[in-house]
Write a new protein. Structure first.
Length: 72
């Protein structure tokens, strides 16, 4: 029997399947998002963007990505 190499995460309130070996950096790249103007929350904790290459997603993780928008 073939093993399932995907996990399910919740990204901004929506269920999403990703590869088991996906880091937050990989997720950001797949979404074509720059880390410059966003805040990333993993399981209700703001994460340091310097560590995203080493933070791998686990099944049922909850990620919130918030964009900063300038205005006056």
């Amino acid at each position: 029997m073939k093993k399932n190499k995907k996990i399910k995460i919740i990204l901004n309130g929506k269920l999403r399947s990703v590869q088991k070996t996906t880091s937050i950096y990989d997720l950001m790249r797949s979404l074509k998002l720059s880390t410059d103007k966003v805040a990333i929350e993993l399981n209700k904790e703001i994460i340091n963007k310097k560590t995203i290459k080493n933070l791998y997603l686990k099944n049922k993780d909850k990620i919130e990505i918030v964009h900063f928008i300038g205005g006056g």
